[in-house]
Every structure is written in C-alpha cells, then in structure tokens.
Design a protein around this ligand. Structure first.
Ligand code: NAP
Length: 292
C-alpha cells in the first residue's frame, strides 16, 4: 500500500474537464463497503497546473489519482517510475505514491481483458486463425492492442478514420512485438474494408468514440459471413447497448459492453491507495448502470 500510515487517505481523478467521470462513484462505493477512512473526489486540473498538482501529491495531500483526458500522456513527465506496459502504451491512467516517489501505470488493458475473460470465459480457446479488428487508433486502442498482443493474440488489424494514425500505431506495435513470425500479423486497414474481412473475424473491438451518446454510430456491418464464434466488444459504455452491440446480438454473436472495462480498470488503483483489493460485483455494476 502507498503512503504507509497516512490517514485519512485522499485519492482523486484529475481531468480537464472532469464533470462526466464515474470514477468517484465507483471508488466511493468501495470505500464505504470496506469501511476505509478515506475519500475519492473529482478534481479539475488544467494542463498548466499539472506540475503543481503533483507537487501537492508529493507533499502528502493525496495517496494517488486516476488520470483522464487530456492528461494521460502529459502525466508521464511528472512521474518517477513508470511501469513497462504504460511505457509501451505511452499513457498513464493510475498514479500512486510509494516510498516518496510517484509511480504510474496504465490499467486500461487489464480492465479490457478482465471483462472479456468474465463475459466470454472461453474466448482464448476459440479458433485462433481469425482476425482481431480494432476500430480506432487513439489512447484506448493503443492500450487494447498492446494488451491483446501481450496476451498472445496475433493477426491484428487496426482501422481508423485518420489512416495515418493507424499506420503509425501499427509501426509502433510491430516495433514492440518484433518476433511476430514470417507472416507479419499487425496491419492497418480502413473502415470500408471491414465488410470484406468479417468472414475471418475473431474479435471486433470498437475503441473509437463512435456510438457514444451524441456521436454517430459505428458504420453498419452486415454480419452475413461472420463465423458464429466471433465476439464483438464495444468499449463505449454510454449507452450500454450501442447500435454495434445490438446488431451483433441480433446475429447471435457474443457481445461485450464497455462498462465492465471501466469497473475492472479501477481495481488496481484502489488496491494501491487503500490496501484492499476490491471486487467488481453485480451491485456495483447496477449502481453505475443506473447513472448512465
Ligand atoms: P482518443 O485518444 O481521443 O481517440 C478517439 C478515437 O476515436 C480515434 O481513433 C478517433 O479517430 C476516433 N473517432 C472520434 N470521432 C470519430 C468519428 N466521428 N468517426 C470516426 N472515428 C472517430 O480517445 P480514447 O481515449 O482512445 O477513447 C475512445 C473511446 O473509448 C471514448 O469513447 C472513451 O470514452 C472510450 N473509453 C472507454 C473506456 C472504458 O473503460 N470502457 C476506457 C477508455 C476509453 P481519429 O484518429 O481519426 O480522430
């Protein structure tokens, strides 16, 4: 646990703006459940105030924080120790104080895989010859692609509106996972080509903001050729049932929503700050779902 004997312990989520974050609700639920002498609040921190905020943390005001947009990359320069996964992804979403030093990690990949394991427990055992298609090349897509490659998944296609960003991400991933074998299996594609690829689809992940409330949906996909074992995962969680998930469900495919990822990615931070590993329960899920 960080911070040793500090009590009460204060943690927070920082962002700019921060009003939309569900993190305070998640962590306050766990604080109350475990009777912890502590708080978790939302704190609006402007980019120019990041350094001052981390000085405050070093002086004991906070045992740690979550980091959300737009600070996930900028935060790296303020930390003393960054875990290898966060270094690879180039973004940090969880910070804690340990032995007077600021540590950072990225738990998006952990949350993504934990919820996939929970929802489709046999996903790793399903036919591995198919393609994993990730829509998006932003921070979330980067964490997810890295987590999947770390987990041994190969044959990954990255499709993004801005094709240059997809190419750049593919380049970085190939560099980080060079022993991919002769059939180079990390590639980029365009949204339009998705239709042709569905026949070999193993896992489709929407890691863009398409489908979020107020955003256009992911372009329609006709699933007519898709194999029955394919899985469709949308990391958007507001709304919980996106058009993409509804259409995949109509086709009897296994679907995974974005709320579980949000809940599971919160677990490691809570454990670092408060010394208790919390559980993602149906009760917590229902609490957050009611607020979406
Ligand atoms: P980001 O770094 O800003 O990336 C946004 C991505 O969405 C980019 O690939 C962007 O494409 C694409 N995009 C945005 N508007 C688009 C449009 N109109 N048409 C096509 N593509 C569009 O954001 P992020 O951090 O990766 O987050 C992406 C989404 O995942 C957000 O909705 C976020 O809420 C969600 N998320 C969920 C969780 C969870 O726990 N469930 C965790 C992290 C993020 P361009 O490169 O072309 O701009």
């Amino acid at each position: 646990m960080s911070g040793d004997t500090i009590s009460p312990r204060h943690a927070c989520v920082i962002g700019w703006p921060i009003g939309h974050s569900r993190s305070p609700m998640i962590h306050t639920h766990w604080i109350e459940k475990h009777g912890i002498d502590g708080t978790y609040t939302a704190k609006e921190v402007a980019p120019q105030d990041l350094a001052a905020f981390f000085e405050e943390m070093r002086s004991g005001a906070y045992v740690g924080c979550n980091v959300t947009m737009p600070h996930k990359e900028a935060v790296l320069q303020h930390l003393d120790v960054i875990d290898p996964f966060a270094k690879t992804v180039g973004a940090v979403n969880t910070v804690w104080v340990e032995d007077g030093r600021l540590h950072g990690m990225n738990t998006d990949g952990i949350g993504f895989l934990a919820h996939l394991d929970q929802t489709v427990p046999d996903w790793r055992a399903r036919p591995v010859s198919g393609v994993t298609y990730i829509l998006g090349a932003g921070g979330a897509a980067r964490g997810i692609a890295t987590a999947l490659l770390d987990a041994g998944v190969r044959s990954i296609l990255i499709g993004n509106r801005t094709v240059d960003r997809a190419k750049e991400l593919v380049c970085e991933l190939r560099h980080q996972f060079p022993d991919d074998g002769p059939a180079q299996s990390i590639a980029w594609t365009t949204f339009d080509e998705l239709e042709g690829d569905t026949v070999a689809l193993r896992l489709l992940v929407n890691a863009t903001s398409l489908g979020m409330k107020g955003q256009p949906p992911v372009p329609q996909i006709s699933w007519h050729n898709v194999v029955r074992s394919a899985i469709v995962y949308d990391i958007v969680y507001a709304p919980l049932e996106t058009e993409l998930l509804a259409s995949a469900r109509n086709r009897d495919l296994d679907t995974v929503d974005g709320l579980g990822m949000l809940l599971h990615q919160a677990v490691p931070g809570f454990e670092k700050w408060f010394g208790v590993r919390p559980e993602v329960t149906p009760e917590l899920r229902a609490l957050i779902e009611a607020d979406l």
